[in-house]
Design a binder for this molecule. Structure first.
Ligand SMILES: Nc1ncnc2c1ncn2[C@@H]1O[C@H](COP(=O)(O)OP(=O)(O)OP(=O)(O)O)[C@@H](O)[C@H]1O
Length: 247
């Protein structure tokens, strides 16, 4: 994306942001609440219009981009179980639609892709259950499986681990690791890196609609690593000055 400007009701929320992601990168988009992280990701996918600037996906200007099967998107905190009752397997199968077209019945390859995606997130045995009976973290894993089922090259996730139980966070980290090993590219929004920290190759910190750091992941503050430090500072690692190195 090049000099992207996004405004809601005339109020700028992204202020001329330029960002390029190359194949095989694992990029964490960090920043405080309301800094513009979700808006950055959504505008990069054409879900929010740009007031100025340009977005290219896989080198193609957004308005001409049609290869949506090349990317998988997991939105922020949308309960997979909200609204229509659906089973885990049905939700994940939606992830195949961009590949198979809406009017054809699922092929053997579609069914295998759904099974593999559910296995990757550790929910293979839950396919026939209604999504609504799963925990929040498990529902988030269902959405990740839905994105993986389309066999994307690029996975974009908005706060995949926010409010997610530890087991789901670990399952997600393992599945991301596998995806990256297979040559996948990942961009995700996060408040805390947690078990994802070892996977990321680059951190982009957004502050008031601008990128204020792009490079090495910020180190956790020293005292946070001390045993016995148990109270939570969700944004401390990205808000505290001096944690971002010399950038
Ligand atoms: N659809 C919208 N209409 C109006 N204002 C919006 C809309 N979406 C987001 N905003 C505002 O734009 C700013 C940036 O929001 P955004 O969701 O991009 O931030 P964020 O960094 O992802 O925050 P969070 O960590 O809380 O998800 C916030 O002030 C938010 O209130």
């Amino acid at each position: 994306m090049d000099r992207a400007v996004v405004a809601y009701d005339g109020r700028p929320v992204l202020d001329g942001v330029s960002l390029r992601v190359d194949p095989a990168e694992v990029v964490a988009i960090l920043g405080a609440n309301g800094s513009g992280k979700s808006t950055l990701v959504k505008s990069a996918l054409g879900l929010v219009p740009l007031a100025k600037g340009e977005v290219r996906l896989f080198g193609t200007p957004l308005r001409r981009f049609r290869s949506w099967h090349r990317l998988g998107y997991v939105p922020q905190r949308v309960g997979a179980g909200s609204g229509v009752p659906a089973t885990v397997g049905e939700v994940v199968a939606e992830g195949r639609l961009a590949r198979r077209g809406f009017l054809r019945f699922p092929s053997g390859a579609d069914k295998r892709a759904v099974e593999e995606a559910l296995t990757a997130v550790g929910l293979a045995d839950r396919a026939r259950e209604p999504v609504s009976v799963l925990s929040g973290g498990q529902q988030q894993r269902v959405l990740i499986a839905r994105a993986l089922a389309g066999a994307p090259e690029l996975l974009v996730l908005d706060e995949p681990t926010a409010g997610v139980d530890a087991a789901s966070q670990e399952a997600f980290a393992a599945c991301l690791h596998h995806f990256v090993e297979q040559g996948g590219t990942v961009v995700f929004v996060a408040h805390e890196l947690g078990p994802l920290r070892p996977l990321i190759t680059r951190a982009v910190v957004v502050h008031h609609g601008e990128i204020i750091h792009d490079g090495a992941p910020p180190e956790p503050a020293g005292h946070h690593a001390e045993p016995g430090h148990d109270h939570v500072h969700p944004h401390a690692s990205v808000e505290a000055p001096g944690l971002l190195g010399s950038a």
